[in-house]
Design a protein around this ligand. Sequence first.
Ligand SMILES: [Zn+2]
Length: 459
Amino acid sequence: MPIKIIPMKKSTLFILSILIAMTSIAQQVKTSAAAVSKGLTKEEKQVMAWIDAHMPQAIELLKESVNINSGTLNIEGVKKVGALFAKEFEKAGFATEWVAMPDSIKRAGHLVASRRAGAAAASSNSSSSKKGKRLFLIGHLDTVFEPDMPANPFTMLNDSTATGQGVNDMKGGDVVVIMALQALEQAGLLKNTDITAYFTGDEEHAGYPREVTRGDFINRAKQADIALAFEGANGLNSVATGRRGASGWRLDVTGKTGHSSGVFTPGAGYGAIYEAARILNQFRETLSTEKYLTFNPGIIIGGSDIEYNSATSKGAAIAKTNIISPAVTVTGDLRFLSEDQKDRARIKMKEIVAQNLAQTSAKISFVDGIPSMAPTEGNNQVLSVINSISMDMGAGDTVAGDPGSRGAGDISYVAAYVDCIDGLGASGRGAHAPGETIHLNQLPFLIKRAALTIYRLSR
Ligand SMILES: [Zn+2]
């Protein structure tokens, strides 16, 4: 049946030619994608090779810093870690200084390391010829582990995982910053850059008032264009473009006291405990499904006679089951992704508080804690630079992590003034828990990515 065979051959050829055309289109697309990503330069490859060759020094520095206890309240320990890192910054050509805190604040202070483009020129206009971004790199020297807690010296758990106090949060991240800068310096790539590294001494338990403990931090960040924070990395392919902020509230409810048998009558009303329960339940019903918004009542005290000490978070109550309770105090937190979200939530909460049950009244007050780092277009632009670096390194793309997965951090204080990215530090598990770990096999990539990020943004 030749007549049938010939058309089949034709159609096979046709399909084949389509396949060939498709393959060639795919190749063209691939080629043009490669053309869009610049690829690594000779200098960048040199930086990466230096980092590989100096991983033993990186691990040694990590070990040395982890083995100095620097719980936030261990002022001597925090200063010692600061002195250790200061020497390393100086190797990268940075000038270092210690920002001391007044004794009354009971915190160690902060390490600041900086290099200025054209530092010799007096006029601030001299930097106008510089094309690169001014960078503000954030780390912290303290950990949550105070000296009276069980010690956990740096220990290798297997050939790629180590444990130790602050090994991941965030001495690992501090080492990422330092090694990245040293790698760039030895290649001569920090010339004419404007970079400040700010390692706070009380990130885990910041001292009050915050105007004093974060005032200098904020002022220096305002002189930069971009802030990069090196808190723990969430895998190798995501960074944080947003972090939630934290704030607090206090609800005080009063009611008419009297014999319990009269409760629910117009004269006696409902008492303070029913009114507090109504308010909390309505908070939950009205606001609990809003994305990125959470609020948690942490303590509730109610009865005939109550005491609450906000400084110690302790309270006491005296009451009887046959007395309508006249007083309740509740305190809680409120976490949010933008100032607008926080403000809207506060307005709703005030409205709910105002709808009092009979013979009760209530008032709510709010205190600001740490601001949020809202995901902005500027942050996304910095992410796109990191993404292209990751692609050039052959590590796949980098995306923005879920802002709901991170609490507040130091970078949040400056998010209103500069573009921000966090989560550029070490990777590991169990931050803040005894036995936290670091993935040492991922550390070389994270140092290289940090170095190239600093390099490309600053030139
Ligand atoms: Zn941290």
